[in-house]
Write a protein that binds this ligand. Sequence first.
Ligand SMILES: *[C@@H]1O[C@H](CO)[C@@H](O)[C@H](O)[C@H]1NC(C)=O
Ligand SMILES: *[C@@H]1O[C@H](CO)[C@@H](O)[C@H](O)[C@H]1NC(C)=O
Ligand SMILES: *[C@@H]1O[C@H](CO)[C@@H](O)[C@H](O)[C@H]1NC(C)=O
Ligand SMILES: *[C@@H]1O[C@H](CO)[C@@H](O)[C@H](O)[C@H]1NC(C)=O
Ligand SMILES: *[C@@H]1O[C@H](CO)[C@@H](O)[C@H](O)[C@H]1NC(C)=O
Ligand SMILES: *[C@@H]1O[C@H](CO)[C@@H](O)[C@H](O)[C@H]1NC(C)=O
Ligand SMILES: *[C@@H]1O[C@H](CO)[C@@H](O)[C@H](O)[C@H]1NC(C)=O
Length: 564
Amino acid sequence: MEGANNVKIVALLIICLSVGALLVKAEDPYLFYEWNVTYGTIAPLGVPQQGILINGQLPGPRINCTSNNNIVVNVYNKLDEPLLLTWNGIQQRKNSWQDGTPGTMCPIMPGTNFTYHFQVKDQIGSFFYFPTTSLHRASGGFGALDVHSRNLIPIPFDKPADEYNVFLGDWYNKGHKALKKTLDGGRTIGRPDGIHINGKSNKLGDKAEPLFSMEAGKTYRYRICNVGMRTSVNVRIQGHAMKLVEMEGSHTVQNMYDSLDIHVGQCLSVLVTADQEPKDYYMVVSSRFLKQAISSVGILRYANGKGAGSASSDHLPTPPPNNTQGIAWSMNQFRSFRWNLTASAARPNPQGSYHYGQINITRTIRIVNSRSQVNGKLRFALNGISHMDSDTPLKLVEYFGVAEKTFKYDVMGDEPPSSNNNKVVTIAPNVKNATFRNFVEIIFENEEKTIQTYHLDGYSFFAVGIEPGKWNPEKRKNYNLVDAVSRHSIQVYPNSWAAIMTTLDNAGIWNLRSDMWERNYLGQQFYFSVLSPSRSLRDEYNLPDNHPLCGIVKSMPMPPPYKP
Ligand SMILES: *[C@@H]1O[C@H](CO)[C@@H](O)[C@H](O)[C@H]1NC(C)=O
Ligand SMILES: *[C@@H]1O[C@H](CO)[C@@H](O)[C@H](O)[C@H]1NC(C)=O
Ligand SMILES: *[C@@H]1O[C@H](CO)[C@@H](O)[C@H](O)[C@H]1NC(C)=O
Ligand SMILES: *[C@@H]1O[C@H](CO)[C@@H](O)[C@H](O)[C@H]1NC(C)=O
Ligand SMILES: *[C@@H]1O[C@H](CO)[C@@H](O)[C@H](O)[C@H]1NC(C)=O
Ligand SMILES: *[C@@H]1O[C@H](CO)[C@@H](O)[C@H](O)[C@H]1NC(C)=O
Ligand SMILES: *[C@@H]1O[C@H](CO)[C@@H](O)[C@H](O)[C@H]1NC(C)=O
């Protein structure tokens, strides 16, 4: 089901703009895609159910592109519900219009289409797309967005023989509509039913088709993403170590690992060399920090090897410890992830990148997550605010100058509320006013018993620290201010904290969310409103002509365009 071969690239154009007679400027190449989003029967855990497919596939078509390419995706919504797709980890410089979150644009209504148009500006790495509307993510709709370095830029490892996209995730057999109904009714969706690898699930000994194939002696790149709903997973390959080379858009220091924890919403790339006896080997994916473990295996086959039946259940790789010890293990692994500062690669905002440890922090935001009942219904909150989407997207009401009709800025403070133990919860659109170009520190404190992961749209950030216990300003001494990985997601272990730093220099409205999808749906997310005071096209693009309008802005006159 690897989508690469089926990508329909309608055309690849290099458009040359001639300005006057003398100056000819080559624009970056365009990649065009046409996607039909439909329901179709899938059975990731062997139980047939309604899934969300793109051009008939799950995982959906792979976007295989190069830094600075322009990506044009015409999405036809053939579901029976409004739809949006987001491009997880793509920064959308000046262009939150294309971010595909409910706060940035009106949804694509059933029976209609919308063309996303964005540039993968100054980025490299492994990313993925998925639906942000309703609980669609629980039924599929995801796929790969791989960004290669431009030809002339050296990559810090030899070109692999081939690349594989690996999507891992927990899975619920119930499907998105039933799960949404449960959450709307104020109840939890509970434990997932299993784990899939690229939409398939197998046990040791199953007669399964191989998922990936390798030729003896060659090295392969596996781009692995956790697209699940709530479960952190551990990945290991029988008989083979993995060399970590990239994580969410940054080339890392290349350490070897026997197993890697990948939390929800995270992606990384490893190199695997086929240097063992030529036969079949298991890839094992198992849950982390769940009371009842779930797992799945997939087969890696050596071409010209012993073939079917040759995978052995002996000598399986050892899983990492679980419980408290496992958390310490996982935190140590996080600390071993370092950015390779000497590797060349496209980097957004290079000035801020190299010396982030020397920039003065202009704002510190401390966020504590909580779980509670509001009027007898389950809600999740950040600093006491449980986000609710507005009828008209936040970005649109702001752009049309009618934000005050829809939401109040800064209902959530920069500090957790001191009283009531964070249990008094307000349900409202949660928008934080940010000052353009501020360098901010965000501390996530998780006082609950379950692991969290957070993702920020529009930016990458430096993941400078994760520790058990409570955060205080003294802890800044323990931050990695030299070579923390620049990435877009971070996990927060139970009764622990995590700290990130970033420069809010991308104008737009950007979602900061819990990637635990039940928590996200029931309120654990907010938006940063980052406005450039100059209202200039240098900082932000105008509302694109093809954007659907809805709600209170539908019949309003267009605001004056930004100045060039
Ligand atoms: C999408 O569906 C339309 C109508 O069924 C069909 O003509 C078109 O070829 C499909 N496109 C792709 C890329 O599958
Ligand atoms: C993906 O893109 C890279 C870089 O342009 C290219 O080398 C590779 O062949 C492409 N892979 C596929 C399957 O199209
Ligand atoms: C819908 O698709 C058609 C081509 O079939 C295209 O011309 C049109 O621009 C698309 N609509 C939007 C809103 O992108
Ligand atoms: C970092 O990248 C450089 C440049 O490509 C490479 O030579 C070096 O081996 C890498 N360092 C580590 C520790 O991975
Ligand atoms: C915890 O680890 C032990 C030993 O590896 C294993 O047998 C057990 O199933 C694990 N429990 C969970 C919940 O993962
Ligand atoms: C950071 O703050 C210190 C003390 O307030 C000041 O002396 C220094 O110049 C500032 N550094 C920068 C780069 O602004
Ligand atoms: C947001 O903050 C900026 C500067 O920090 C301020 O000028 C502006 O008035 C604020 N906007 C709102 C709506 O609070």
